[in-house]
Design a protein around this ligand. Sequence first.
Ligand SMILES: Cc1ncc(C[n+]2csc(CCOP(=O)(O)OP(=O)(O)O)c2C)c(N)n1
Ligand SMILES: [Mg+2]
Length: 571
Amino acid sequence: MAAERTSPPQETTSFHGGRLVARRLKAHGASRLFTLSGGHLFSIYDGCRAEGIEIVDVRHEQTAAFAAEGWAKVTREVGVCALTAGPGVTNGISAIAGAQANHSPIVVLGGRAPAGRWGQGSLQEIDHVPFMRPLTKLAATAGSAAEIPELVEDAFAAALAPHGGPAFVDLPMDYVFMEAGEPAARPEEGRYMAKGAPAEAIEAAGSLLGAAERPVIMAGTDLYWGHGEAALLELAEALCIPVFLNGLARGCVAADHELYFSRTRSRALREADVALVIGVPMDFRLGFGGAFGEETEIIAIDVAEPQRRHPREPAVELYGSLSATLRDLRLAASERAERHRYAGGPATGTAAGKAGPSSGWVAQLRVAESELREGERAELQDTRAPLHPLRVYAELAEVLDRDAIVIGDGGDFVSYAGRVVDSFEPGCWLDPGPFGCLGAGPGYALAAKLARPERQVVLLLGDGAFGFAGMEWDTLARHGVGVVGVIGNNGVWGLEKHPMEFLYGYSVAADLRPGTRYDLVAEALGCEGELVERPSQLRRALERALGAGRPALVNVLTDPSVAYPRRSNLA
Ligand SMILES: Cc1ncc(C[n+]2csc(CCOP(=O)(O)OP(=O)(O)O)c2C)c(N)n1
Ligand SMILES: [Mg+2]
């Protein structure tokens, strides 16, 4: 929501409206503007040029908005895009809706037909605000050039306030060309929710957790946005709690940490006596709360109150700064566990928690986890041609750096990656999130590599997904952004084809052309291309692509008969 304006702004120097926009972006540390050209935006470009903000132009507005979100996801700062009036803004909508579901802080600047002729039928005239409002935390139109700086400030504040999300500022063309004074800088508003959850709630949660014998942590995207990873790890280690991660929380505990688990998630959540559900809604990914056992006591923790009612009643709810809340909870639960021990309960409370009541539980899960991983071995080593998707990931794991950023954009091919690709640092796994929009990958990858040029950025694509934003390989080539794409080319919309065949015994609208040479498409657009038809060709192709120093697309032909085992893809 718009922040209160306390005192009238003091005017100093004057600039044109586009420059006023750019100066606010710069003040917030934005170094890139993702966009696709339109006359409504020219003066914003002129302002960015003058302020040293790099303009990164793409081939479809959805990619500009996805790139803004990708920037936010990798840097935990606000990503910014500018979409031209009318179709530019409407083209960005799916990406903006995705950012809303992911709590990604982005500022979307919209060009707008001139206010002076509003309602007379100007080119690309449409009122964006009514359809942007439900997708954003703030959607407003500048009423004059002079209003621009305050509005852009409000947009940054809204995007960052927890839960984060998109904010939209509509900029009428006549106003961005007019001059106006720039108000004095606003006083720092301070960090949001610096305080942890209230003491009574912490006490209640500490009592539950301190007495737990089979605790689990299930943490998601807001853990990352709330910078909670260090406090989470301390809590998990102090009390010996197994950790499961989804969404952007992946990597917040390294995949090779002794308390990190993934394959045993359904069992652990079902059998847990106390579950800390941190920064993740109990949505379809957690069976609307049904993933936990009927007896499991849930402690819900987040940066702010949930936007939807919890589908099942938590025993305790803790909302506030994650680092403070998780620290306070650790102290309260450790104290409770100590008291429990002196009162004759099972031994607990060592610094590393190793001898605590949960250590047996953790050991059992580790055995099960190792067995499940062992069970994947045959598929990881599968020798078939076209390839099994898991063979692709087995080979990829050997050439990926520990801090590589891996991005998933596709169906089954990406589901397999989600299962077996390990993340070791925060912000190293990006996928579209619960809104699930195909075509997000190239925008995410473009932004990720621009933000972290020294790292490997690998984009995993379904062949269907490729089609949504395939022209962005031109963007990557033009801007010299060395993303490496790996397509699992099975010639089908696999995640739809297999379930439809299962349900109906046939499928429609589920086939693509087999063996399409997407590698040649990439080459034609100025990138490196590699075709992989057999497992023996894969390793060298990946190495060449990663060493190319420019964008490269590895087109791996994969087996269309391999269906990712899933219970449902609709709920
Ligand atoms: C924009 C959009 N349209 C449609 C879907 C529905 N959908 C989800 S996965 C999928 C199939 C993806 O096929 P592909 O990228 O080839 O991956 P595969 O499942 O074959 O590995 C489709 C159509 C979606 N999630 N997003
Ligand atoms: Mg496919």
